[in-house]
Structures are given as C-alpha cells and as structure tokens.
Design a protein around this ligand. Structure first.
Ligand SMILES: [Zn+2]
Length: 320
C-alpha cells in the first residue's frame, strides 16, 4: 500500500474558503507539502523534538505522537478534533479487506481552456499528482462495507482543494450509473472547496451531470448516503453532497456554499456562533446526523441495513 500519500501533516492551516479563485502562491506552496511542515521544526525553541514525529492539535494544542494519530484514524485522542485524512486511508478504514475495486483509475484531467493564472493548470496538475500520488481529487470503486456491496466515491482535499473538475464529475457520474445498473447503494464522502475554476464552465456542468445521475439512481429506489467532511463547500455542496437520502457529517466540519467571510461582507450582518459547522447545520435540519470518524463504518452498515430492507424483503418474496 502506498503509505507515502498519507504522510501530509496538518497543523490546522486548512484553507476554509471555497476554491472559486486560484489559490495564491503561498497557498499553493503550503498545499504542495512536498516536505510536510511539522510543528517542532522551528529551530530556536523546539530543537529537541525530532522532525516528523509529532503533530500539534490545532484545537486543544496537545502534541500528538504521529503513530498514535494514525492509529486513531487521524482523530485527536484528547479533544476528538478530526484531522484531514487521505482518500485511500479513508477507503481502507471503511471497506472490508481486499474487497475494493477501483474504477476509472487512470482518468486524468486535461487543460481544455489553456488556463494560465499564477501558474498553468497543466503544471498544477503535474505537481499535485506528484505530491499526492493521486490522479485527481476523487477515488471511485465498488467494495463491501459490512455485508453491503456498494459504490463508493471518496474525495481527497489534498488534490487541488478537492475541487470538482470534469474528471471528478465524470468519475462520480460513472460510479452512480454503474451502481444503478447493478442495483447497488452509493456512498460519497465529500471534501471539497467547490468547482474547479481552471475548467470554467466545464466544471460547473458537473453539478448538473452528477445530480442527474443521482436522480436516475433515486428513481430506481436505491439508497444514496452523502458524508460531508471538513470542508465541503460551494459547487460540491450545491450538487451531489446535499442530495443524499441521508446526509451525514463528521464533527466540526465546515459545510456551506459561500464562505463565512463572503456572506458577512455581503449581508453586513454578524454571523451566529458556530455558523456553517456540522453542529449548527444539524440543529437547523440540513443534515441528518453527525458521525465521528471511528464510528462511521458501523453507522453506515446500520443505515444501509435499514435502507436496503425493501430490497432484501423483495428478494425474499421473489425467492419464495
Ligand atoms: Zn486535540
């Protein structure tokens, strides 16, 4: 297993604004994280802490041994802060061993618009492919969670802010369409800054495409569970992420359409405390449940048991 893609450390500096504008040079440099910046690397004060062994929790400021953090599904053992987790690592934590078969693994984005901003789109794609060991911002495939075979799509924020371009949209659409053909449930775990502006209108079209595929999936009366993780915003939240029969979220995740700063500037109003967090949205009825990462698999199995009851009964009735 390629463990190299999981070594990126977070010190709580995740960008929280939707990626509707090109990342600035400084953002890009930090996100590339060729050599993860580790707390304790500062020469003057913490010279005695070996590099790459500890991560500081941004919420409770506890220094956590990296191995302990990895073993705890990247959740702070003291305050339960959920650190970012890579797509492969998440799939590994959810599906039964050796049951996941990835689809469309070789699909890669092309620079249809010849986009040039701070850097060219092509150069960014090359850099992110190298730093994340991923081909794009989503992994899709079929696997088993408990006894349930399902279509699973998992986004990875470390690839261009998890932005949705043509490849993310197409891979998810194919996943949903194949799941519909096979009469299987779909689970999509989102983590995204929104549509990929390097692809302009082509990225916005993915919102309609994925939503349409989900409409056919729903018409076939098959369950779709959407799991929102930190952060899920903009075009992704405005399409497939908010269309689940059940919408779950990880604790403390930032979820919304526009970022809080944009809303505050536009409305000129003070935003309520905890605005756009999972907890706030649960209180206001936008999501159905907050599920800690370590309980996610068990809870998904429970929900799928319930949601596929009709199919199971139908199968029994047909067999009888
Ligand atoms: Zn903590």
């Amino acid at each position: 297993m390629a463990t190299t893609s999981f070594t990126r450390k977070s010190i709580g500096a995740d960008p929280t604004e939707p990626a509707l504008t090109p990342p600035s040079v400084s953002d890009t440099q930090t996100t590339f994280a060729k050599k993860p910046k580790v707390v304790g690397a500062a020469k003057s004060r913490k010279r005695d802490i070996p590099e790459g062994l500890w991560t500081k929790c941004p919420k409770c400021e506890t220094m956590i041994f990296d191995k302990e953090l990895d073993e705890n599904a990247k959740v702070c053992p003291k305050c339960q802060h959920h650190f970012p987790i890579g797509a492969r690592e998440r799939i590994h934590s959810l599906v039964e061993t050796c049951t996941f078969e990835e689809i469309d693994a070789e699909m890669t984005s092309v620079d249809v618009l010849g986009f040039t901003g701070v850097g060219t789109y092509t150069s960014k794609l090359t850099a992110y492919k190298k730093s994340t060991m991923l081909k794009d911002a989503v992994l899709t495939g079929f696997g088993k969670v408990g006894a349930h075979k399902l279509g699973l799509g998992v986004m990875d924020f470390s690839f261009l802010g998890g932005s949705m371009g043509s490849v993310v949209g197409e891979k998810l659409t194919r996943l949903i369409e194949r799941a519909t053909e096979k009469c299987l449930p779909v689970v999509i775990i989102s983590s995204s800054g929104g549509a990929r502006m390097y692809e302009g209108m082509f990225s916005l079209m993915q919102m309609a495409k994925t939503s349409a595929a989900l409409a056919y999936h729903a018409k076939a009366r098959l369950p779709y569970i959407s799991v929102l993780t930190h952060p899920t915003t903009a075009g992704v939240m405005a399409s497939y992420a908010s269309l689940g029969d059940l919408i779950l979220a990880e604790p403390g995740a930032m979820i919304g359409f526009a970022g809080p700063r944009v809303i505050k500037d536009t409305t000129q109003a003070e935003l309520p405390p905890g605005f756009q967090t999972s907890e706030f949205l649960l209180d206001h009825g936008l999501i159905d449940a907050i599920v800690p990462r370590k309980e996610m698999k068990e809870r998904l199995v429970g929900y799928l048991d319930f949601l596929t009851l009709r199919q199971q009964n139908g199968a029994v009735a047909t067999a009888a």
